[in-house]
Design a protein around this ligand. Structure first.
Ligand code: CO
Length: 150
């Protein structure tokens, strides 16, 4: 496993759409392991592949309940609204209030290529939305109602 460099705002790769994973091969498994290690090292709750310069639809999340790996994640249901302060490893020094659903249901594949659903509320709902936005080149600062510089 290896730490990967986290790209920051201004890096064009963060603005590009990521491609679907069609085959979960060795490279994808290495990418996932490296992303988990990089997220943990940076004390992040989530990381998307474009943040380490790879335009593939892979997300890792850990809101304190253990690591979650999502390949080709898709939001299939949302409910409610919550406004919370968000930050991002790719946008250091900034935080912003973002409106997100209170409940999200996501369909994805795991590293064994099995399809599964994950349901999230509170912080997990936010993390799921935030990380999936990265796969479409969107950052929280694009949709934040206000931005604070730290
Ligand atoms: Co982020």
């Amino acid at each position: 496993m290896a730490l990967r460099q986290i790209r920051t705002e201004g890096d064009e790769i963060l603005r590009k759409p990521s491609r679907e994973i069609t085959k979960i091969n060795h490279n994808v498994k290495i990418l996932v392991e490296d992303m988990l290690e990089t997220m943990e090292h940076a004390n992040g709750v989530g990381l998307a592949a474009p943040q380490v310069g790879i335009l593939k639809r892979v997300v890792v999340i850990n809101v304190g309940e253990g690591p979650l790996v999502l390949i080709n994640p898709e939001i299939v249901e949302t409910q409610g609204e919550q406004i919370n302060l968000e930050g991002c490893l790719s946008v250091p020094g900034k935080a912003g209030e973002v409106n997100r659903p209170t409940y999200v249901k996501v369909k994805a594949q795991n590293i064994e290529d099995d399809m599964f659903f994950v349901e999230g509320t509170e912080l997990l709902a936010i993390a799921l939305c935030h990380e999936i936005d990265h796969l479409d080149g969107q950052l929280f600062i694009d949709i934040a109602e206000s931005i604070e510089e730290e």
